[in-house]
Design a protein around this ligand. Structure first.
Ligand code: M6R
Length: 610
């Protein structure tokens, strides 16, 4: 989703801002722009398309200055055109503003400004905001006051950075619902929507909270609320390395991240397993252990791939911890009137920790008195900071828009949480030890899958022109079928549906003919024979089966045109292995179709608007 960069310091900021924008490309965007104060005047360059197109303009017409802002836009209000790209200026060209989020009451404000004689060049809500600030500036003659007063009128969400030609030695940033972080360098400060744009300059950062505004100069910055109450901020350290933002020899971030999984699965467990006791110790949940044991119900809420992980968590927890679990789309949860009590525990799952719907669901859960816990990847993200307690999955920066290693990290964490709760309740130490052993083997087993991907590549080549795919699975692997289908849709633009294998006969079976590839996840578990029957049903109608099955399963070859094998593990952990070939299949199909795997069309890495 939109990316924000702002710089104030002593260096020429245009190349610096453009490079930082490149670091934000992974978030998904459709246009880019920069504004720099040069000789006390605002210079703006912006363009629909990729940052590379902006670079071409900036290279041919360089702008030099030491205060500036840059933006990658993911269109909400108005098409992705040059004019709608950010930064936006006011009519008098005194202010340039970049904005993430949505000004929901922008039409009301716009009509008022039009009555005051303002005219607009773009269709965006963001231009309305900069014009409002400009109008207020005419009255108060003070940059900071005008920004604060303007923001007080906004309904909706924003992360903004704004500069003013009349006060050229200042940069102002503010947030409500859209993340912003300030990087602290030597005689320089960088504002960004995420830390990946900052880490090559400094590791020292300050995270703005909702309703806060920062006024930056070359020598320091102040923070306060938009109601003018000073706020003291803590300086924190970025924990990831610049190498994590590079492809490390892989053609795409997605492939790199798939191959990182033996490590990231290990990292999710590191220091958290207690083999002798057959349980897990999760420091982040220590303070709420009793409430977890006594929980009458656990609710998981999340979006997209994180929601799929939550579905697997439901199967794990109900089976081993005998606690009722519900899984909710965060976007629905927030607008229903969910019935919650203080005895409920609500877990939110999010890779980015910034998904607007998930954050709102967390707030709703807490408002109703439930315990709000997080399973998050990005350290210091909004969700991580707003939960009552929680755990990080430690998967490192995930840059590919399609989530892969974060999914297996979430599943690993859900297995640890299940183990911890189940052992506090009814699970025997022997059973617990069996799960611990299964978990400890996962890094090696996933490495085995990744050591030979040629089979998947060949299958991808053969099916790359299919127009539809069906994905089937049951039990723990039903959510894996959903995930496989989502990944294929996201990056290859092939229509795909995920279904519980047995549910297929209640409708989707009508789609099956000799052109329909059907991917079936059928590992060696209690429900295998049932899935085999479902495969027979597909075969009887001519469907082409691609099976993900356990090594040594010879019978599957009788029915499946292609078989991808995974090593044996305990049923609860199979999704952590079975999803790997599905992510690879989506990847290789997308590559074979010439798609932009890391930045698929229309998608954003972290969805910070509703
Ligand atoms: O950062 P989050 O886990 O909260 O993101 C949720 C979804 O937006 C995300 O999983 C999305 O579905 C991915 N593009 C899936 O690959």
């Amino acid at each position: 989703m939109c990316g924000i960069v702002g710089y104030i310091g002593t260096k020429n900021c245009t190349p610096l801002i453009v490079n930082a924008l490149k670091r934000l490309e992974y978030r998904g965007y459709d246009s880019a722009g920069v504004a720099v104060i040069s000789h006390n005047q605002l210079q703006v360059q912006k363009k629909a398309g990729k940052v590379a197109e902006l670079v071409a303009i900036v290279d041919s017409h360089p702008i030099v200055g030491t205060v500036g802002i840059g933006h990658t836009r993911w269109a909400t209000h108005g098409a992705p055109t040059d004019i709608n790209a950010h930064p936006h200026m006011d009519q008098q060209r005194r202010f340039a503003l970049i904005h993430n989020g949505i000004v929901e009451n922008y039409m009301t404000i716009k009509h008022r400004l039009e009555r005051e004689g303002r005219t607009f060049t773009s269709q965006t809500d963001s231009e309305v905001l900069v014009q409002l600030i400009s109008l207020l500036y005419d009255k108060v003659h003070d940059f900071e006051t005008a920004v604060r007063l303007g923001l007080k009128e906004v309904e909706g969400a924003y992360g903004i950075a704004i500069i003013c030609a009349d006060e050229p030695d200042k940069l102002i940033a503010a947030r409500k619902g859209s993340p912003l972080v300030i990087g602290i360098g030597e005689d320089e400060f960088i504002v960004a929507s995420d830390a990946s744009a900052i880490v090559s300059h400094t590791r020292q950062v300050v995270y703005l909270e909702d309703g806060e505004i920062a006024v930056l100069t070359r020598t320091g910055f102040t923070t306060k609320t938009i109601d003018d109450v000073p706020v003291t901020k803590e300086v924190e350290e970025i924990t990831f390395d610049i190498e994590q933002l590079e492809k490390g020899g892989f053609p795409h971030f997605m492939l790199k991240e798939i191959h990182q999984q033996p490590e990231t699965i290990r990292d999710a467990m590191r220091g958290r397993l207690l083999p002798a006791e057959g349980t897990a110790r999760l420091g982040g949940l220590d303070s709420v252990k009793d409430r977890l044991r006594q929980a009458k119900r656990i609710v998981f809420t999340a979006c997209g791939t994180s929601w799929h992980a939550a579905l697997v968590g439901e199967y794990m927890l109900e089976h081993y911890a005998h606690v009722p679990v519900e899984v909710e789309y965060a976007s629905e949860f927030r607008y229903r009137n969910p019935v919650l009590s203080e005895e409920d525990v609500v877990f939110v799952l999010s890779q980015s920790g910034e998904t607007a719907d998930t954050l709102a669901a967390l707030r709703e859960a807490k408002r109703q008195g439930a315990l709000g816990l997080g399973i998050v990847n990005v350290v210091g993200s909004s969700i991580a900071r707003e939960t009552d307690a929680g755990v990080y999955i430690h998967a490192g920066a995930e840059i590919g828009v399609a989530s892969t290693k974060a999914f297996t990290g979430q599943l690993t964490m859900l297995a640890l949480i299940t183990l911890m709760i189940a052992r506090m309740k009814n699970l025997s130490v022997i059973e617990g030890q069996r799960i611990v052993e299964g978990l400890q083997l996962l890094p090696e087993l996933s490495k085995r899958i990744l050591s030979n991907t040629q089979n998947v590549e060949k299958i991808a080549e053969q099916f790359k022109d299919a127009r539809n795919f069906l994905y089937l699975g049951r039990g723990y692997n039903f959510p894996v079928a959903l995930e496989g289908a989502l990944k294929l849709k996201e990056i290859s633009y092939i229509h795909a549906e995920g279904y519980p294998a047995a549910e297929m006969k209640h409708g989707p079976i009508a789609l099956i003919d000799e052109n329909m590839p059907v991917v079936v996840v059928v590992p060696q578990d209690d429900i295998r024979e049932k899935v085999m029957s479902n495969i027979e049903e597909v075969r009887a109608r001519g469907g082409r089966i691609i099976a993900v099955a356990t090594e040594g399963d010879t019978d599957i070859h009788r029915l499946a045109e292609h078989v991808i094998t995974i090593p044996q593990t305990i049923p609860m952990l199979t999704p952590i292995l079975s999803v790997i070939p599905l992510h690879l299949l989506a990847y290789y199909i997308a590559v074979a179709r010439g798609c932009n795997v890391d930045q698929p069309r229309n998608l954003a890495k972290s969805v910070t608007v509703e």
